[in-house]
Design a protein around this ligand. Sequence first.
Ligand code: FAD
Length: 348
Amino acid sequence: MVQKRVLIFAEQVNGELQPIGLELLGSGRLLADKLGATLSALVLGSNIAHLASTLIGHGADEVFVADHPELAQYRTLPYRRVMTDLIKSWPEPPHTILLGSTTTGRDLAPRLAAHLETGLTADCTDLDIGPFEYSNSKDPSKSGLFRDCLYAIRPSFGESLKARILGPWKNPQMATVRPGVMVPLPWDGSRRGEVFQVPVQLDPSDLSLQIVETVRNLSQTTDLTRAEVIVSGGYGLGSPEGFELMQQLAACFPNSAVGSSRKAVDSGWIPYAHQVGQTGKTVRPQIYIACGISGAIQHRVGMDKSRTIIAINKDSSAPIFKFAHYGIVGDLYQVVPEMIRQLQQNQS
Ligand code: FAD
């Protein structure tokens, strides 16, 4: 019997798995169970054999490891080559392939889709499997009942609609998924899975691009998606200096980060890496403290799955109070220093 697969691409950087891979496993597990399929993970890099057990513990049934010095750092052509060679070596293509909408995933997914001659839905916020009945009078060969389609769900028209995008005519059905949206499965050390080494055969033309140096933009190290507490500032801060206060409040919590609304980013008060929302990052911290943020829908979609939302706004009718768990009506320049004072007092 031919094996049905859901394949996820697990990103790693310097031998460390990126959170998106585990998030894709969480979502991929649901899809694979609905399809009665195997959940497969593919990881590429150099000296990365140790990552396979983490992927299995977080839901993978099998892990394909492509371990080669030329794969140490992400480059489009070698990664694309290894992935397409592996997928084409299988008797059946995977039913579904998932990648993250990260910088790497956004670069790799379209290349892969083009080589596999299939469709791709970018930047999904939800996924499901379901039937689809299609009738096309102009091309009846395309008509029919498709039982197991990938529903690739993503916001469109400025979040006013949720589009369900389907491409059931050819497998693999591909999607990229927004980081921070899907929930990883808890680690289960008793899970067992198979690990396969992937043969790596590169063409000299794949190596035409050499990475001379990697320079990290320090602002990009603000890992909002991993922080447990996010203190976010909006246009209500009134000036870029307001973010110093946000930083001071964030410093009262371990594993915290500073976020912002787009209006503060567009005003040049803080770099884009801090932006939360539809066109920024999607976050799900334990605590999200929104200071001087009105709660526009484009901001809300990036943070409303936070466990506890605390809003500070001087306008009692600000939309953010409709979905915050705790609201403080007041001037943030009075409220936040008092919060800092009390938090510091409790720590000492
Ligand atoms: P405002 O809406 O101006 O709100 C400022 C708030 O601060 C007000 O509620 C005010 O009462 C309060 N305030 C003022 N002074 C004080 C004070 N001293 N103390 C306490 N409260 C005070 N936005 C995002 O955030 N992220 C996105 O990813 C994003 N993507 C977008 C994509 C599209 C296609 C579009 C059209 C818009 C997008 N936006 C996004 C913009 C979004 O619509 C809002 O304009 C933006 O979120 C508003 O930012 P804000 O809440 O900081 O500012």
